[in-house]
Design a protein around this ligand. Sequence first.
Ligand code: OOG
Ligand code: MG
Length: 245
Amino acid sequence: MNRLAEILDEAALTGRAVPRLTDRATLDVPAAYEVQRAVIDRRRERGETLIGVKMGFTSRAKMVQMGVDDVIWGLLTDAMLVESHLDTSGLIHPRVEPEIAFLLDRPVRNPADAAAAVGAVAVGYEVLDSRYENFSFTLEDVIADNASACGFGLGPWHSPRGVGNIGLLLEVDGRPVASGSSAAILGDPVRSLTAAARLAHAAGIELQPGWVVLAGAATAAVPLPAGAHVRVSGAGLGHVEVTTR
Ligand code: OOG
Ligand code: MG
């Protein structure tokens, strides 16, 4: 596991894609999550701290785009939080996608308590950067690669409210490049939050107050070039912007 984690970690650090792990090793889903944890442990050893979790493949659009049809999760660290600028020069082949984010204000000890633990909601975006060549992977590969997590940004937080049908729009340089409704996320992103709590519980991780949960993209992800201005808006939730270089 540690050798496989090292391969993925090195790929992220050097910005050089690697062949899929499943080309060289047999990995099932539990083993893939062990690799994921080992990748995160390496980041923690460098001083990063966990600040949340991200859900993946919670919408049809994403499952179809990537050819994977199971809900997965990954872990978010403080180093992944993007402010107004993002340097893409060290990245491999970044993509961006709109997300709905939950901020927890209580620990989630039981999946049934997840919805009640939400302190705020926001529109956000996720930057994906698969460490695999051609952004191509099996379910096990992408789990091991921390669900392609690279970065994320958040719009203004709002008091908890229904987010079951929020219109989402992703614009690059003023052009709309993806749009959809948060209803595409398992029918309602709150279901994704509950699924995150279930996965966390099974993994022996407690979702903490102050943690962010990204519910998953409602649309396919789009390439994120350098020198671009990206704006993601959610109806009633405002917007978030980032400039890349
Ligand atoms: C995997 C991550 C999927 C989402 O929101 O569905 C994901 C990938 O597409 O590379 O983050
Ligand atoms: Mg995502």
